[in-house]
Every structure is written in structure tokens, then in C-alpha cells.
Ligand binder design. Structure first.
Ligand SMILES: Cc1cc2nc3c(=O)[nH]c(=O)nc-3n(C[C@H](O)[C@H](O)[C@H](O)COP(=O)(O)OP(=O)(O)OC[C@H]3O[C@@H](n4cnc5c(N)ncnc54)[C@H](O)[C@@H]3O)c2cc1C
Length: 230
């Protein structure tokens, strides 16, 4: 009962406020990865000011009636106002369903483009760590890190096959791993310099907390974390 009253309020608020706030984009292409756990979406967002994307951005999409989800654009080109998204669809959720049903030519609506406040440190080694939901975020962080050799990272994925696809599709130093244990071991082996390495953690809340604790125990202090979902 409470949910339905809340939903009614949301619907009313959206009815009056929504149309003025919403921006529109168009889907150029959709690629469902072979493993069916990831949907890659190319977008044209004519009103997005990509020239000034100096921090990793996120886009709050309207994915249904009064329902919104954040996704991270990467591989953007300010001249053509195009970018891509990677939506992790390995679970049941309205965001997953939305991504799976998109096709070329569809229009998408979004409320805003916000900043995650994760901008690469100007001189340190930039290390991005996350899970499948943050693959786009890691690629965006890589895009913003110049020169590119200052970027390193690792992503936790559902299977080695998805990892192989990441390596095939993107020119990225991001290491692909499948368990938290592997990720922790990988981190221990890197021996990153405490003074000159900045870490950027994203993805599942529990994973982000676990990684931050591990890094702190290793003596690292330059850590930025953004929890995506729980
Ligand atoms: C700033 C920001 C940027 C983000 N960028 C991206 C992005 O680029 N790509 C992306 O895929 N997601 C991204 N997310 C997460 C995204 O906004 C949604 O939270 C996520 O997709 C889940 O939405 P859903 O509707 O599919 O599932 P929900 O309906 O919210 O959740 C359904 C169930 O699935 C579980 N669940 C949710 N997400 C996952 C997951 N990834 N893996 C396994 N189980 C899950 C939940 O715990 C819940 O039990 C971002 C979040 C933030 C805050």
C-alpha cells in the first residue's frame, strides 16, 4: 500500500516536472556480448557538453515510469556528441531489462549528466579497480588519464570468457579477474608505490569497502571510492 502511494506521488511529480527536465538521446547501435552478461550501447547525445568532461561522468537515465538508473559513458567524442555505455546485465533488474530491450534508432531519456568526482591525479599512477558494473567507469578513467601509460587497473568479471572479450574489444591495460581472492592477490603482487599511486574504486558496495580496507592495510592513502550498488 505504502509503495503504491509513494509510486503515485512519484508519478504525479514526474508528470509536472519530468518533461522540462528530461533530455533526449538516440541509440546508434547495441551489441549484446556473446556471454550475454554485458550490453554495449552506442549513443548520440546532441545536448551533452562532452568537451568539459574532465571527471568521470555518469548519466541518470529514465528507464521506466518514475524509474531511473545511473550508467557511465566512455569512449566519448565531443565533436560528434557520441559515447558508449556498458551495462552489466548478469542479474535481474529493471536497468538490465531496459538495456536488453534497447535497439538502434530508439530514443533514450536522461535527467542529468553528473560527475562522480573521480578525476585522474595529474601526475601519480592512476589505478582503477571495480566489478562488471564499473567496466565503463574504468575505461572512462583510462580515457581521461594522460599519458595513457600512467593508467593501470583490474576488473572483476563473471567468467574468463567475458575477460577475453574485454581484451579483444578494448585497448586497455585493465586486468580481468574472476574472484575477489584473485583480485586481492593481484593487488598484493603489484607493489604499488604508496606516495605516487592514486586508487579509484567503484562497483558493488561490499567490494569497494573490502578493497579500501585492503589498500589501507597496505599503507595506501590516495583512495577515492564510489559505491554503485548494494
Ligand atoms: C555513478 C554510477 C554509475 C554507474 N554506472 C554503471 C555502468 O556504467 N554500468 C552498469 O552496469 N551499472 C552502473 N551503475 C549501477 C546501475 O546504476 C544500477 O544500480 C545497476 O545496473 C542495477 O540496476 P538494476 O535496475 O539492473 O537492478 P536493481 O533492480 O537495482 O537490483 C536488482 C537486484 O540485482 C542486484 N544487482 C544490481 N546490480 C547488480 C550487478 N551489477 N551485478 C549483480 N547484481 C546486481 C541488486 O543487489 C538487487 O538484488 C552505476 C551506478 C552509479 C551510482
Amino acid at each position: 500500500m505504502e509503495t503504491s502511494i509513494l509510486q503515485q506521488i512519484k508519478n504525479k511529480a514526474e508528470k509536472y516536472l519530468g518533461p522540462q527536465l528530461l533530455q533526449t538521446g538516440r541509440v546508434l547501435e547495441v551489441r549484446v556480448w556473446e556471454t550475454a552478461t554485458m550490453v554495449e550501447i552506442d549513443l548520440h547525445l546532441p545536448s551533452a557538453d562532452m568537451q568539459h568532461w574532465n571527471e568521470v561522468p555518469y548519466i541518470k537515465f529514465r528507464i521506466g515510469n518514475s524509474c531511473y538508473r545511473d550508467y557511465t559513458p566512455f569512449g566519448w567524442d565531443a565533436e560528434t556528441a557520441t559515447c558508449s555505455l556498458l551495462v552489466d546485465t548478469a542479474h535481474e533488474g529493471c536497468g538490465s531489462r531496459w538495456a536488453k530491450h534497447l535497439s538502434a534508432g530508439d530514443s533514450v531519456q536522461y535527467v542529468k549528466i553528473g560527475d562522480t568526482h573521480q578525476a585522474p591525479h595529474p601526475t601519480n599512477l592512476v589505478v582503477g579497480l571495480g566489478d562488471a558494473s564499473s567496466l565503463g567507469h574504468l575505461l572512462a578513467l583510462q580515457q581521461l588519464t594522460l599519458p595513457g601509460i600512467r593508467f593501470d587497473g583490474a576488473v572483476l568479471l563473471d567468467s574468463p570468457h567475458t575477460g577475453q572479450l574485454v581484451r579483444e574489444y578494448f585497448r586497455s591495460p585493465v586486468n580481468t579477474l574472476t574472484t575477489r581472492h584473485e583480485l586481492a592477490n593481484w593487488l598484493l603482487k603489484q607493489g604499488y608505490c604508496t606516495a605516487h599511486t592514486s586508487f579509484y574504486l567503484t562497483g558493488n558496495r561490499e567490494l569497494v569497502v573490502e578493497l579500501r580496507t585492503l589498500l589501507k592495510n597496505l599503507g595506501h592513502t590516495n583512495i577515492q571510492a564510489k559505491k554503485f550498488w548494494s
